[in-house]
Write a protein that binds this ligand. Sequence first.
Ligand SMILES: Cc1ncc(COP(=O)(O)O)c(C=O)c1O
Length: 269
Amino acid sequence: MQSRTIQQGAKDFGYRSIESDGWRPDIEDLRRKMSPKTRAMIICSPNNPTGAVHSRSDIEAMMDLAGENGIFVISDEIYDRITFEEGAPSPASINKDVPTVVLNGLSKVYLAPGWRAGYVAFRDPSGAISDVKEGLFKQARARLCANTVGQYGLVAALEGPDDHIHHLVRKLRPRRDLATRRINEMEGLSVTRPSGSFYMFPKIHPSLGMDDKKFVLNVLEKCHVLFVHGSGFHEEHGKGHFRLVFLPPEDLLEEALSRLESYLQGAVS
Ligand SMILES: Cc1ncc(COP(=O)(O)O)c(C=O)c1O
């Protein structure tokens, strides 16, 4: 990879994911978005907000594309062990040549969001992104450092037993299935079943005649159930959707979904 200076004022371009195909990344769209000004590609699998777990072959294709374009990859793997079918392949273990910055932490898999402890790992065999690494170290020395207690917690979490992850996934799976089934039974909504994380990204059908922000605000106001509007994640690729978190136990999920259903019955009729 040739060295390219990273400058301030970066612009992000979202790439499309294909809803009808489990929200897998649209590699052709990604290819079209590449330009000589492109510096980095973000891969987030398992994904927030869609719950997609990218396949090995999709990740291979994305990494190859990064390699062909001489850019580095930022791989956000915060939900790496929350998967319901197959495990989530890690980009840096698939392609060892493309420089990769791996992000992870305690928040999700170790259920400790309040600890504010995470880590960054660099795979950069030829030193192509040493400037990025140095920039990050500079930030860490100045203000980005994790708190001391959190750092000790991180070591204990990574070195200690991890059987709680199995229990977590076992509890989440029926919640995912329940929310998927209930949403797909509702008139005006549909959802692709997620394979990882604890999110799903239902579609609001145009027949409801409401944009995603209005829908989410209405549901909050009328049902006291909070979702996140899809266009908040990406104006183009997220619009017409909302994010649902299926962390709560089944009885609470049932209650929230029943309120949503009642609201829709009123809105549809
Ligand atoms: C994709 C993704 N990456 C990283 C994080 C980081 O979480 P935290 O700031 O709690 O470490 C989150 C949390 O919502 C996330 O969804």
